[in-house]
Design a protein around this ligand. Sequence first.
Ligand SMILES: NC(=O)c1ccc[n+]([C@@H]2O[C@H](COP(=O)([O-])OP(=O)(O)OC[C@H]3O[C@@H](n4cnc5c(N)ncnc54)[C@H](O)[C@@H]3O)[C@@H](O)[C@H]2O)c1
Length: 414
Amino acid sequence: MWPVLAFILPVIRLYLIGVKVLIYQMLHKSFTLPVLPRQNGRVAIVTGGARGMGYETSQHLASLGTHVVIAGNEEEEGLVAVKKIQKESGHKKVEFMYLDLASLKSVRQFVQRFKAKGLPLHILVNNAGVMLVPERKTEDGFELHFGLNYLGHFLLTNLLLAGLRDSGQSRRCSRIITVSSATHYGGRLDLNDLQGRSCYSSHGAYSQSKLALVLFTYHLQERLWARGDPVTANVVDPGMVDTDLYQNLCSPAQLAKKPVAKLLFRTPAEGASTAVYAAAASELEGHGGLYLYNGQKKISSASSYDKQLQEKLWTKSCAMNMCRNSTLNGLRVNSILLPLTNHEPGFLTSPAHCAIGCSLISRSRSAFIPIAKGVLDSSKADGSRFPSAAWANQTDPFEVLTRVSCVFHRSSPS
Ligand SMILES: NC(=O)c1ccc[n+]([C@@H]2O[C@H](COP(=O)([O-])OP(=O)(O)OC[C@H]3O[C@@H](n4cnc5c(N)ncnc54)[C@H](O)[C@@H]3O)[C@@H](O)[C@H]2O)c1
């Protein structure tokens, strides 16, 4: 009985939320964007910016003078979108870069290629997403909704954070906008079963990924404020919008959706307006940690404000990107972390990355061992961290190690 309920409940919750949103949309007009300030000189990345709301967001930001990078996994579609936006906006600084959010390796490669361009970064719109895909895994073995909608964006944001910080100013912050959904209200986050192994429901998996994005945004904003970083992070809910997102609905639902969508769904441009507002509105300068719907601040689900849950999800998300229990130069290394900045631990994205890190460290054994011993000698508690500055003078290829730190747990020299 229980597995049946566990499967059915998320479906019922999702459709009830859908009905509530449609009633709201029937009674309320779509939010009209105010006149937004020009964004000349600002650079934005829009994930999934080649179609749907991502396209409209890219188009609008380009028309304001933003240099827009469309990051997506469909190159042909992306290049067509670039041409169309350039033509419609008369703005040439629009480009496509390949990014597959269902592959953490691809996320890392995207960030490397973006950094190689030497551009600043002022706006990151975490827009891409999939919905109700039958059970499938990402390249790294995560449930697709969780891995793509949430974990891919988690990694992307963290790897781009240093650039966002450097480009932000106290009076003009960089902005992170993450697209969630009203379905997060029905989301349940089971930290012990984030991959839905016990009973898979694509409805539950989608709602969970959207709740995870809200929890992530709130916690990220706390961290940014704690450091005094000139970066804000907000989450937006676009309402129900007529896009390709609904392509995985079952046939009867598709049939029923068509007339309803015509009458009650928002257009992609209307749906994108809150994300554009969050990215560019002067009145939101310095405001972060908000849930924005139809251009207004709204209260998100009670569980999304649970600070312990936010923290636990963050820690777990980092852990999902770590390589654990490697052996390195005779030292048992619990985790190898790539710092996101010089001050903050990040993560390696795959065992392959870890292997590269290990082999680089091994090749500089003579430099590595004394520092490792120093760390071990001085560390009494678990979790002491390599000072990444110790590697600052290394030359290529070991300069990679300027970004590597290690956490040793009960390690001992061989
Ligand atoms: N349409 C709605 O009613 C609605 C409601 C609430 C929230 N949302 C959210 O809005 C966002 C945009 O969706 P949309 O409605 O415009 O749908 P859409 O299908 O038109 O766009 C989704 C975008 O994500 C991209 N994408 C998919 N898989 C990807 C991958 N592996 N790597 C990189 N990009 C990938 C697609 O290429 C596409 O550009 C999504 O996050 C969605 O969950 C949509």
